[in-house]
Design a protein around this ligand. Structure first.
Ligand code: CUA
Length: 192
C-alpha cells in the first residue's frame, strides 16, 4: 500500500522560501559591507594620502649587521641635507635597535626600519606611524611631531614568547636642542 504522504514537488516549501530570502538578505549585506570598505579606502587614500608603498625595497636579514644601511653604526637619527631627519631602526626578538629613538619636534621625519628575524610591529600610538617590520623588506613611513614629549613604541605583531615585553620609546625634543646635539654626532638616539 502506498498510503504514506510523499512531498509534492510543485508546492513551494515554506522553509526553502525563508532560506532563500535570508540568503538574499545576507548577500545584500555582504555587498553593502564591501561598498563601505571601498569608500573608506578611497577616502583614506585621497583625503588622508595613505597609500601602499610606491616601491618595494629589500634588505637581507642575514647580512643586516655586516653591510648596508642597517649596520649598527648607521642606526638612529641623522639630519639630512634638506633639514629633515632620517631614523633607521631594526626590530628583533625582543627589542628595537635603538631601543630609544630621539627626534626633533616640528621637523619632517622619515622612519626606515626592517626586521632581523620574524615579523614585528612598528607603532607609535596616536600617530600615523603604524606598520609591520617584515624580514627582507624595508618599511618606510613619514611623520612630524609638533611638540616635544615621550611616546611608547610597542611591537604590535605577535612575534614569539617575548612579544609582550618588546617595547621601544620615542623621545621628541626641542628642534634647536636636537640640532645642537646633532652637530657633533653622526647618529643620535636616547640610549644612555
Ligand atoms: Cu616583536 Cu612582537
Amino acid at each position: 500500500m502506498m498510503d504514506h504522504a510523499t512531498p509534492d514537488a510543485h508546492v513551494p516549501d515554506a522553509g526553502a522560501e525563508l532560506a532563500a530570502r535570508t540568503e538574499r538578505r545576507w548577500a545584500a549585506i555582504s555587498v553593502a559591507i564591501v561598498a563601505v570598505l571601498v569608500v573608506m579606502a578611497g577616502y583614506a587614500g585621497i583625503h588622508q594620502a595613505t597609500m601602499p608603498q610606491s616601491q618595494v625595497e629589500t634588505a637581507d636579514p642575514r647580512t643586516l649587521h655586516l653591510a648596508g644601511e642597517f649596520i649598527e653604526s648607521n642606526l638612529g637619527s641623522a639630519v639630512q641635507p634638506d633639514g629633515s631627519v632620517l631614523v633607521r631602526a631594526i626590530g628583533q626578538q625582543y627589542s628595537f635597535t635603538p631601543p630609544c629613538i630621539m627626534v626633533p619636534a616640528a621637523t619632517p621625519i622619515t622612519f626606515r626600519a626592517t626586521s632581523a628575524d620574524v615579523v614585528h610591529g612598528f607603532l607609535i600610538p596616536g600617530t600615523v606611524v603604524n606598520t609591520m617590520l617584515v624580514p627582507g623588506y624595508v618599511s618606510s613611513i613619514s611623520m612630524r611631531f609638533e611638540a616635544p614629549g615621550e611616546h611608547l613604541m610597542p611591537c604590535h605583531e605577535f612575534c614569539g614568547a617575548g612579544h609582550e615585553g618588546m617595547w621601544g620609546r620615542v623621545k621628541v625634543i626641542d628642534r634647536a636642542e636636537f640640532q645642537r646635539l646633532a652637530a657633533d654626532k653622526r647618529r643620535l638616539s636616547c640610549v644612555e
